[in-house]
Design a protein around this ligand. Structure first.
Ligand SMILES: Cc1cc2nc3c(=O)[nH]c(=O)nc-3n(C[C@H](O)[C@H](O)[C@H](O)COP(=O)(O)OP(=O)(O)OC[C@H]3O[C@@H](n4cnc5c(N)ncnc54)[C@H](O)[C@@H]3O)c2cc1C
Length: 366
């Protein structure tokens, strides 16, 4: 159990683009942030630096006209955060208590007490767990296997090629439709004989001449070589048991994402999948002083640049909160760290002891 207590004004969980951007901003604001990230663990698929550590070319992060390798980009983020004095700690946060401030975070051997918390723990793509899927050099992850069409679809290795998308939900339809911009043909492999995707997404995919469906089928293995990348998949028909080697140049696994929010269940408001709910006008969660940035609160865009953008927002929100300035909450109200509420219509301020003060200039009578 915890035996050392560390006190901070700002703690950030996660060293992906969101967490490191929040660190750059809060460190420059002299708030001496402590950034905590899970250590590298092959089994849990974690690497300090987040999801971009498992990819190769990043071609869409602004400022790098020739593209940059994912790990190199994250190294630059980290150096920039270090330059302004961010303190790093490599450990798992195993439990949190957000019932009152300062919030308590627990690791295996420490208690961390903090006035504000920026959650940037990201999301993890769900994988199939089949041979050939692991990251290079153990498989073709980053060399023909991806979980992000927006990120990797435009890469030369996938242009005018035959690609396989695995899944039957909205994500799979979206990925398949997007990939037809570049691919010669996209085959959607689905375990069942009908899709889970919304009607509109299904119809869009059915109408697309470049998309074909392979029903009642599972991908058993991804085949290829490190020189050529992916060359085929081994498919198994789940009704007949028949297997076939199906040639293709890329596999996009699109069976969903899981936000890393188990820690916060019952303490923060989240949607049915587990994405943290934030204000929309700020990165505030429903607990004053707790902010969320990046993929952990974004089921729609899930890009490095949007994660970095919300990381910047979370840092500015935390800074405002520590300066006793009001921050917009998911309810539409604004709240200060002293517990003052500005009503959503901005017409009144409610003090911590329940007094209501009009928040309008008195009308001047002429
Ligand atoms: C294969 C792949 C390729 C991609 N390519 C691109 C691309 O080309 N361009 C692009 O814009 N986007 C790309 N993306 C998407 C991009 O990586 C994500 O949108 C971005 O990394 C999200 O950043 P984040 O900071 O929110 O979280 P993440 O990058 O997910 O980082 C979160 C960090 O928090 C840590 N963490 C989680 N829980 C805990 C805990 N309890 N205690 C301590 N630490 C914890 C995790 O270990 C992780 O390091 C790609 C994604 C993948 C998977």
């Amino acid at each position: 159990m915890a035996n050392e207590t560390i006190k901070r004004d700002v703690v950030i969980i996660g060293s992906g683009p969101a967490g490191l951007t929040a660190a750059i901003y809060t460190a420059r604001a002299s708030l001496k942030p402590l950034l905590i990230d899970a250590p590298a663990d092959a089994h849990k698929q974690t690497t300090p630096g987040g999801q971009l550590m498992i990819t190769t070319d990043v071609e869409n992060y602004p400022g790098f006209s020739k593209g940059i390798q994912g790990p190199e980009l994250m190294e630059e983020f980290r150096r920039q955060a270090e330059r302004f004095g961010t303190e790093f700690m490599e450990t798992w946060i195993t439990e949190v208590d957000l019932s009152e401030r300062p919030f308590q975070l627990y690791t295996e051997s420490q208690t961390i007490s903090t006035e504000t918390l920026i959650i940037a723990s990201g999301a993890s793509a769900k994988w199939l767990g089949i041979p050939g899927e692991a990251k290079v050099p153990n498989g073709f992850g980053g060399n023909g296997v991806s979980a992000c069409a927006t990120c990797d679809g435009p890469l030369p290795a996938f242009r005018n090629r035959t690609l396989v998308v695995v899944g039957g939900g909205d994500t799979a339809m979206e990925e398949a439709t997007f990939l037809t911009r570049y691919a010669a043909k996209v085959y959607v492999v689905h375990r069942r004989d009908k899709l889970r995707a919304s009607k509109i997404m299904q119809e869009k995919a059915f109408r697309n001449e470049k998309i074909e469906f392979i029903w009642n089928t599972a991908v058993q293995e991804i085949l290829g070589s490190q020189e050529e990348g992916v060359t085929a998949v081994r498919l198994r028909n789940l009704q007949t048991g028949d297997e076939q080697i199906f040639p293709c140049s890329g596999v996009f696994v699109a069976i969903g994402h899981k936000p890393n929010t188990d820690l916060f269940k019952g303490q923060l408001d989240m949607d049915e999948v587990g994405y943290l709910k934030t204000s929309g006008h700020s990165t505030a969660t429903d607990v004053p002083g707790v902010f969320a940035a990046g993929d952990v609160q974004d089921s729609v865009y899930r890009q490095a640049i949007t994660a970095a953008g919300t990381g910047c927002m979370a840092a500015i929100d935390a800074e405002r909160f520590l300066d006793h300035l009001p921050v917009a909450m998911p309810s539409g109200e604004e709240i200060t760290d002293e517990g003052e509420h500005v009503t959503a219509d901005h017409k009144a301020i409610i003090t911590p002891d329940g007094h209501m003060i009009p928040n309008q200039e008195p009308q001047v009578e002429i």
